[in-house]
Design a protein around this ligand. Structure first.
Ligand code: NAP
Length: 254
């Protein structure tokens, strides 16, 4: 049996209309999972779902703002109607509305960051765990960041939210392990997506950032997607509560 096979599994990937989430959704679908494509924009999700179906995969679009619990509940209900119970949850959507010193961050950006990245993650897990319980197991994957491990002059607030996600992975792994529900986090380094555009758009800045990386380049979304297949499938069946760093070696060198 192929340990990476996901045939018969239903996966929800938040923020999968583009970037890392899209790659994760495409890779899960390629391994046989039926995938819910989700972001705030229905049209963008419909395009990705259609592209996956064209290559023989199973995918449907369901829009959802991860900072709104009623949206999450509606997504889960619609998934039940179209695909059945959920086996794999990938909490990938995140926001980063503030760039600046931590102590100067206003309450508004604090709440936006924490509500979306931390509260939204907890809400999603709470809505989906009953499905996994009923199925006799499941996999939750939280897309965190190497920023959660480092000091940062301007991304400190975002880093707090990502560090919280690492701890959510550990805490839930402990609580849910007896139910055969595994919870892990992926910590990407610098990946070429719209989210990190400011960090790579200027070629000189990008060169400075990546020249110290052992692999001497920034990542692409497809450097992350396959890792989610590992964590979602039987290939990763003895791994839980971990933070998997995928960053071209950046954290070991600078
Ligand atoms: P991206 O290309 O900008 O994609 C972000 C996705 O999330 C889009 O589908 C976006 O679609 C959706 N989204 C944003 N806010 C949302 C919300 N409130 N509710 C639902 N969906 C929302 O970004 P990315 O780089 O792939 O980032 C994905 C994850 O990787 C994030 O958690 C980010 O923190 C993490 N990460 C990225 C990097 C990097 O260098 N790129 C590094 C470390 C970690 P809509 O706009 O349509 O909602």
């Amino acid at each position: 049996m192929d340990p990476f096979d996901l045939t018969g599994k239903t996966a929800v990937v938040t923020g999968s209309s583009k970037g890392i989430g899209r790659s994760i959704a495409e890779q899960l679908a390629q391994r046989g999972a039926q995938v819910v494509i989700s972001s705030r924009k229905e049209g963008a999700c419909a395009e990705v779902a259609e592209a996956i179906r064209k290559t023989g995969g199973k995918a449907i679009p369901i829009p959802c703002h991860v900072g709104r619990r009623e949206d999450i509940k509606a997504l889960v209900a619609e998934t039940h109607k179209q695909f059945g119970l959920i086996d794999v949850l990938v909490c990938n959507a995140a926001t980063n509305p503030y760039y600046g010193p931590l102590l100067a961050a206003g309450d508004d950006v604090y709440h936006k960051t924490i509500d979306t990245n931390v509260q939204g993650t907890l809400w999603f897990c709470a809505e989906v765990v009953p499905d996994m319980k009923a199925r006799g197991g499941g996999a939750i994957i939280l897309v965190s960041s190497v920023g959660s491990l480092k000091a940062s002059n301007n991304l400190g607030l975002y880093a707090i939210s990502k560090a919280a996600m690492n701890q959510i992975a550990r805490s839930l792994a402990g609580e849910l392990g007896p139910l055969n529900i595994r919870v892990n986090a992926i910590l990407p380094g610098l990946i070429k997506t719209d989210f990190a555009r400011a960090l790579w758009e200027d070629p000189e800045r990008a060169r400075r950032v990546t020249e110290g990386f052992p692999l001497r380049r920034m990542g692409e979304p497809d450097d992350i997607g396959p890792a989610a297949v590992f964590l979602a499938s039987a290939a990763g069946k003895y791994m839980t509560g971990q933070t998997l760093i995928i960053d071209g070696g950046g954290v070991i060198t600078n």
